[in-house]
Design a binder for this molecule. Structure first.
Ligand SMILES: [Zn+2]
Length: 366
């Protein structure tokens, strides 16, 4: 409901325009009605429905989630069929599937931040932030970044190691292959540095999900735009070392926060030795802990729907279960603006800044 619809509704409830002018409408709007307005939700990382590792990830589930936009990541890692340039060809074929969906008006590829509405899209094409998971598809050809951009790609997860590889690609290393203090973690390569520079210039979001600690630190120190970790979760802040694994330490997240970026958290569920994450309430506690350390502005949502997570928090069935997180945040004491910040606005801010920085640098270089 926008403000105009809200006012129309009050009139329908018998309040005349004259009476309205005597009411503290703005305060009423904020205090009484705002909490009931739809919270804008953007999923920073998910896969292609029907082409993923999880059959619960469907267009129907996406609709039920009532999102403003969803990222759809095509695979650009070295899991693609073997052969010269196979990762590049594989990514382009998957991008083509998404573009066909756009032609069929099932989705609408987001080309600039203003393409994302701030209300849930209940009917019509679903706004999709097209992304690539695995920078292997770039090969060693920087021009491919512009080619991907022109096809609609707005975010690339640069590192996505696979089970058969050493954990490296031509850009950097995978955190599942390196502990947080591994001295053999060489971090970002010289080519990777050029990739960051080019992505900043064309306005593509750099996603450091899966990146090893050193790769992340190197990216954070050279990027001119905010960076995103599109799907992960924090260790408790008391943990200062991690084995090769997928959760982030607070010092890793600090590097992302310093760029103005966002750490997007996912529905993974597990019962560890010293800590666990089993319920929506646990997820909310994690967000609270993050908030008290960094503030609410640097954390967001990235469900990895379709990515085949090994286990979920209790009650998570599909992306439509994001509504349950929303309720859990409300019960956990988060206010409407904080929930909106987590659910979408933080990501949108980072995406907008990446876009704006590219516009300015294009202007200055023209
Ligand atoms: Zn992933």
């Amino acid at each position: 409901m926008n403000r105009r619809e809200f006012l129309a509704k009050l009139v329908r409830y018998g309040l005349s325009a004259g009476a309205l002018s005597a009411l503290p409408v703005e305060r009423l709007f904020a205090q009484e009605f705002y909490p009931r307005l739809a919270v804008p939700i953007i999923d920073a990382h998910a896969h292609l429905p029907g082409y993923s590792w999880d059959e619960e990830h469907t267009f129907d589930a996406i609709r039920h989630a009532k999102l403003c936009a969803i990222s759809m990541a095509v695979m650009g890692d070295n899991n693609a069929p073997v052969g010269a340039d196979s990762t590049y060809i594989n990514a382009k074929e998957s991008i083509d599937i998404v573009r066909q969906w756009e032609a069929q008006k099932l989705i609408k590829i987001v080309r600039r931040p203003s393409d994302i509405p701030l209300q849930p899209v209940l009917t019509g094409p679903i706004p999709v932030i097209l992304s690539i998971e695995g920078g292997d598809a770039i090969g060693t050809d920087l021009e491919r970044l512009k080619e991907f951009y022109d096809l609609g790609v707005r975010m690339i997860t640069l590192v996505h190691g696979t089970t058969t590889q050493s954990g490296n690609n031509q850009i950097g290393n995978d955190m599942r292959q390196f502990s947080s203090s591994d001295s053999t973690d060489g971090g970002l390569t010289d080519f990777g540095f050029q990739v960051i520079h080019r992505m900043n210039r064309i306005g593509m979001v750099v996603d450091v999900a899966h990146a090893s600690a050193q790769t992340l630190f190197d990216i954070a120190s050279c990027t001119r735009a905010p960076i995103i970790d599109s799907h992960t979760s924090p260790f408790p802040s008391s943990v200062t070392w991690r084995p090769p694994s997928r959760l982030r330490l607070y010092n890793e997240m600090a590097a992302i926060v310093e760029t103005g970026g966002v750490i997007c958290t996912w529905p993974i569920g597990f019962d560890g030795d010293s800590f666990g994450r089993l319920t929506f309430a646990d997820w909310v506690e994690e967000i609270k802990a993050f908030k008290s350390y960094f503030g609410i502005r640097f954390i967001g949502l990235g469900t990895d729907s379709g990515g085949g997570l090994p286990g979920y928090v209790e009650g998570w069935e599909s992306i439509s279960s994001v509504r349950r997180l929303l309720d859990a945040m409300r019960s956990g004491g988060f206010g409407p603006m904080e929930i909106s910040a987590f659910m979408s606005l933080n990501f949108l801010r980072a995406f907008t800044r990446c876009h704006a920085i590219a516009q300015v640098s294009n202007y200055l270089n023209a």
